[in-house]
Design a protein around this ligand. Sequence first.
Ligand SMILES: Nc1nc2c(ncn2[C@@H]2O[C@H](COP(=O)(O)OP(=O)(O)O)[C@@H](O)[C@H]2O)c(=O)[nH]1
Ligand SMILES: [Mg+2]
Length: 632
Amino acid sequence: MLTIGTAGHIDHGKSSLVKALTSIDPDRLPEEKERGMTIDLGFAWMPLPSGDTVGIVDVPGHKQFIHNVIPGLFGIDAVLLVVAADDGWMPQTEEHLRILDLLGIQHGIIVINKIDLAGDPEWVSLVEKDIISHLSGTSLEGSPVARVSTRSGAGIEELKKTIADLAAKLAPRQEIGKPRLPIDRVFVIKGSGVVVTGTLSQGTFSTGKDAFIIPSGTAAHIRGLESYKHMVQTAAPGSRVAVNLTGVKREEVARGDIVAGSRGYTPSSRTVDINVQLLASAGASLKSMSEVLVYLETRELLARVALMGSKTIKPGETSLAQLRFSEDVAVFTGERFIIRQQSPAVTIGGGVVLDPLASKFKLGEIPARKVLLERRLSLKLEDLISAEIEKNRFSETGSLLAASLFSSSEIAAKVKQLANQKKLVQAGPYSIDIRVWEEACGKLLSTITKEMASDTLKHGVPQAVLQEGLGFPKEVFETLVLNMISSGKIAREEELLTLPQNKPVLSKQQEALKAQVLGLFAKNPSSPPNLKELSAQLPSSQPVVHYMIKQGELVELPDGILLEAKQFQAVKEQITGRLKENGKITIQEINQLFGFSRKYSVPLLTHLDRIGITRREGDARVAGKKLIQGQK
Ligand SMILES: Nc1nc2c(ncn2[C@@H]2O[C@H](COP(=O)(O)OP(=O)(O)O)[C@@H](O)[C@H]2O)c(=O)[nH]1
Ligand SMILES: [Mg+2]
């Protein structure tokens, strides 16, 4: 579906032209009829020989109503730029052309109207020549020219054919699954309720579906859809639609709001990074932090323009900058906008949204920020993805560039391609910048290496500590770890990460400590030192003792009781033997056998119970599960 708009100076015959083409009078307001002038947007449509319908948005030409013109020109596929033959190029023709150029409207037909008043065709040719010179260097350069008179009807049929030819040439509107209807009118129909109108973009709407009003987030329901005076079940992108909404009140919606099919692709922010262009015709330089009126789709918003890296830009110059709004604004990357100054009220420039979810920049951040924004300038998906994940370090792939003019499947496919080309890494639901990934690999390895070197008895570094150090979510960290394990760079021991083939070794000093520890055990077989006593007697022996436990040279029992492994083994065997002989053993017997006090025998039996050698029965111990199984 296509929508075309009119543009041009007041009284040059835009509304008359729409009427001549469609037999619909776009001036619908009583005040418009009375004053004979378009004040607000008008709408009409005409059938094409192809069977399609083309919608027409008629804009006012008076400079006083330019705030109504811009919302009308947003979202059009092509324009009919009307110039009256008797008047020629006028200030509003110029301003409208500037706006069309800033919005990037590439297609149009130049309509020289009122040729009945021009007298001789020579004059019309002069007017045409002048128009062509004005179009030079703009998005409409090279557009076809039609000569008509809406009064006599001359040239109208030919113009209809030119429109049909243009429509056939234009690519159909993109369906990216992110339907949005920037509202240009709201009214109430008795018995139906709230109706909003606009040009549907980037997706389809269907009757019965849910919708959301952005920015308020109010949930609504699409009760009915009308396109070109026909009730439709589904409305296609690019078509003019009237949507009958339930669930919202009249005062909850206004021009400028957006009806969206989901909240998922309409994140909003108060700061939006842009590339801004100051028109050569702007009367003065643009100072950083100036307050301007921003026209975005059908919205009109006040914002400050924070220029990046310069205090002012001169007419004709462009700059990376940031729009700072006083409210949350939902926009898409790649969307164009217009800026006007408030007084005197003139269009001074426009630009394109590069990052709709920006944050206020600090002076020191400007150089790095500019690098990423310059990359976004191409508006190519690959560049946008790489700038986006470089900015965030990693992003959830599912919501990556949600607020952009690309479908989620296009984005997913491109992410996959970039991952195959090793330009980014996919880890679980996240996409990670390749440099961030490589840096993290390096940092992980160097942290582990450093920690291990600082203490040769260390078995590894806790994963949680390493994950926190990298600031990664669990899935990203886990993917990184698995990747490094499979490439043999690191190894995992339970919750610790270590170097492959890492064998804790004792230093000479520690070997000496170990000998001292063993000496204490040999000296006191019936009352060996526990953990606490060891660290009191041999300060700094703790890592050595833990190493010995881990190596199986010492056995740790409850309450910090320690036994030398070979002693424990002997004790275990003797108890096992007793149980086989007598069927049971008591604490008293154990104390007698080994010279232990309860301080040792109780933890010993607790441990043996735990490992299934013994089982408590009354005051005695009998054979445990493990022991019985071993006997069978
Ligand atoms: N003589 C003549 N007058 C025209 C023609 N087209 C429009 N007009 C008159 O020009 C005036 C302005 O037309 P309108 O369509 O309202 O202009 P708009 O402001 O551009 O929408 C009206 O009085 C029209 O009747 C034309 O082709 N020839
Ligand atoms: Mg008009």
